[in-house]
Design a protein around this ligand. Structure first.
Ligand code: ZEM
Length: 309
């Protein structure tokens, strides 16, 4: 049955057409049986990993094409666990076939950020699910949490981000958690991981000197803070057992002299963090998209005397 309210072929969905899609995403965020009760954090990570493969030198990678549906990109160990995010969105895709996966994944993250109390992230549609084999990113383009500031610069400068933007983006670790069976790291960064705030930056600073380096059974190292008073005292068993964590890359934001001032600014001013996060997350979701004067995404497949054989 043709969709009543679908965009014309090749056209990006209009704001009106997107409203029911956004409502459907909002309706699936609450997942009492999953993690901390929300699909929001893993949806944000899905959008980030779909876009964060971008390389500005070679103009490869990026959210367009939704290549993570396929083994070559989806099977990158860095993407372990994101099948849950894709599965959450599958009913929305079935209900609104007109929206491309690439648009749906990025839109869902913007919706999730807003619903979790964060800023409104500017989002533009028009991505297609056409996978250009020449643009499929090699594995290993996403950051490795076991490393430090040099690695963050190597990875994020490749996408075209600067030091301030790296710190603002890292504030997404206010959301969600690490899973031993996905990344191998364990735990959450903040106590309320389904609400976006600047708590991640505050905690980095608040427990500076108290973050304790631990080696997990799998050999990975991370930093943990366990409140000794709480751990020994009365209270909710679950809360006091778990403690909070930071990845080595998170800790490098404190020790690096260019990153640190931004940690301090964002810890002191949530509005500033929200403004900068909205801008830089929107930039991330646009990486690699070429738009014409009307904002339509121009794909190589649309180029008449194309680059493809
Ligand atoms: Zn993350 N991230 N990330 N990140 N991330 C994890 C989880 C989440 C790094 C990283 O190694 C990890 C950004 C940047 C960086 C989110 C959003 C964003 C996990 C845990 C790791 C190991 C995965 C697991 O086990 O499930 C590193 C090194 C980064 C470099 C700075 C950026 C940028 C993000 C968005 C803007 C989110 C929301 C999560 C939580 C996912 C979940 O399932 O709860």
């Amino acid at each position: 049955m043709p969709q009543q309210n679908a965009p014309a072929p090749g056209a990006a969905p209009t704001a009106e057409q997107l409203e029911p899609v956004k409502a459907a995403v909002r309706a699936l965020l609450h997942q009492p049986e999953y993690d901390d009760g929300s699909a929001g954090p893993v949806l944000v990570r899905l959008a980030w990993h779909s876009a964060g493969t971008y390389c500005k030198e070679t103009n490869t990678g990026g959210s367009n094409g939704a290549g993570m549906r396929y083994e070559k990109e989806g099977g990158d160990p860095a993407n372990a666990g994101l099948q849950h995010a894709r599965a959450f969105l599958e009913p929305v895709k079935s209900q609104f076939p007109f929206i491309s996966y690439a648009d749906l994944w990025t839109l869902a993250a913007a919706v999730a950020v807003a619903e979790m109390g964060g800023p409104s992230v500017p989002w533009q549609g028009g991505r297609t699910d056409y996978v250009d084999d020449a643009k499929v990113p090699p594995r290993g383009r996403l950051p490795d949490g076991a490393q430090g500031a040099d690695h963050l610069r190597f990875i994020f400068y490749r996408m075209g981000f600067n030091d301030q933007e790296i710190v603002a983006l890292s504030g997404a670790h206010n959301l969600g958690r690490c899973h031993g069976d996905r990344s191998g790291f364990e735990g959450k960064w903040v106590n309320n991981p389904t609400r976006l705030s600047n708590q991640y930056f505050k905690l980095l600073l608040k427990f500076e000197g108290k973050w304790r380096k631990t080696t997990l059974a799998n050999g990975l190292q991370q930093f943990v803070y366990v409140d000794e008073d709480l751990a020994g005292g009365e209270g909710d068993e679950d809360e006091k057992e778990e403690g909070l964590m930071m990845l080595p890359t998170d800790m490098s934001l404190l020790s690096d002299p260019q990153f640190r001032p931004w940690v301090e600014k964002y810890a002191a001013d949530q509005d500033l963090f929200f403004r900068d996060f909205a801008a830089v997350f929107a930039k991330l979701l646009e990486l690699g998209l070429k738009r014409d004067s009307q904002g339509r995404v121009v794909n190589d497949e649309n180029v008449e005397d194309g680059y493809r054989s």
